[in-house]
Design a protein around this ligand. Structure first.
Ligand SMILES: [Zn+2]
Length: 350
């Protein structure tokens, strides 16, 4: 199977890849075989390419990249009843042990045994086909394209964050960071009922894209403007009900409580590779609630539903699409992190 393989840090190749184990390719009774259609390039894929590791996860052997995917069901396990051959689907990339304590408590995303695509040593899906549990495979309505469906994975992070924030209709939110996750978080916060979402970043181009997503999104360029002053001025000095930290920058994270209203909620989304400090005193005087998220749980069907109804439109976030043959070039462009690009996707031959 021709696959996009991260051979080691800084070295990608598109080649026949036989290292995927027989067990991984064998269809279990509750699995489906899927022909991949569209795969989004995630910041984590790029990070493995450029750094060879993310925290404790180290690329020690060639690994297939990709985990944001849609495709078509081509084979059914004997016990699968919720899907049919030919169904267009998107897939949740993390598979927990269903009997684990975390899974039984409903927190399957933080099951320590979870196997997640393109997280060493588990292979990703920039390859023609894969085998996946039917329970983590979601049928698409006709009006949701493969490209939109491959956005469900990053969108799920934003929807999970908005869910953790317990947004109420009319809330004011701040999203720090206008990367792909910041953008889907802003869209999720609006879908959850926010009246207004301030999105901050240093890159003007990213802020323009964010502002174009909705009239209710207010861009704040923190290289020229003071986020706290703007939020306080817009809220009669009260502050934002929810602040989402989606930069992963320790400097930004240190400021999360400044624009927050009394009794507000901060949701930490951006990954931090080192311990960081934040202003516990500012949190205390606000009785701030702080939530942390790790990926998502139970939100893929909600994301598909919102794409289908039009409650959320991710199409403006898909800025470039590449043929599978051009995957290495696509990753090099993604690694260059041009501010005009939000999400790059790769289409597999059908
Ligand atoms: Zn991703």
């Amino acid at each position: 199977m021709k696959s996009l393989v991260l051979e080691r840090q800084d070295e990608l190749s598109l080649r026949d890849f036989s290292e995927i184990s027989k067990a991984e390719e064998t269809l279990g009774p509750r699995d489906v075989r899927i022909k991949l259609h569209t795969v989004g390039i995630c910041g984590s894929d790029v990070h493995y390419y450029t750094h060879g590791r993310i925290g404790p996860f180290v690329v020690n052997a060639p690994m297939v990249l990709g985990h944001e995917a849609s495709g078509t069901v081509i084979e059914l396990g004997a016990e699968v009843v919720n899907l049919s051959i030919g169904d267009r689907v998107c897939m949740e990339p993390g598979i927990p042990d269903p009997t684990s304590k975390a899974a039984r408590l409903g927190m399957y995303n933080i099951d320590p045994a979870v196997r997640f695509w393109a997280t060493p040593p588990v292979h990703g899906i920039l390859r023609p086909t894969c085998v996946h549990p039917a329970d983590f495979t979601f049928r698409l309505p006709d009006n949701v394209s493969f490209a939109e469906a491959a956005m469900v994975e990053p969108l799920a992070v934003g929807v999970h964050a908005a869910t953790k924030a317990r947004i109420k209709p009319g809330d004011v939110a701040v999203v720090m960071g206008a990367g792909p996750i910041g953008m889907v978080t802003a869209l999720s916060a609006l879908a959850a009922g926010c009246a207004r979402v301030f999105v901050s970043d240093l890159a003007e181009k990213k802020l323009e894209i964010a502002a174009g997503l909705s009239q209710a999104i207010i861009p704040v360029n923190v290289s020229q403007q003071n986020l706290v002053d703007i939020v306080l001025a817009a809220t009669d000095g009260w502050g934002a009900d929810v602040v989402f930290e989606a930069t992963g920058s320790p400097q930004a994270a240190a400021q999360v409580f400044q624009p927050l209203a009394p009794g507000g909620c901060v949701v930490m989304i951006g990954g931090q590779s080192e311990p960081i400090s934040y202003d516990a005193g500012a949190a205390m005087v606000r009785e701030a609630r702080v939530e942390n998220i790790f990926r998502y749980a139970h939100v893929f069907p909600r994301c598909v539903g919102m794409l289908s109804s039009g409650a959320i439109d991710v199409k403006p976030l898909i800025t470039r699409t590449f043929a599978f043959e051009d995957s290495v070039r696509a990753f090099d462009i993604a690694a260059s992190a041009s501010p005009e690009d939000v999400k790059l996707q790769i289409e597999l031959p059908q």
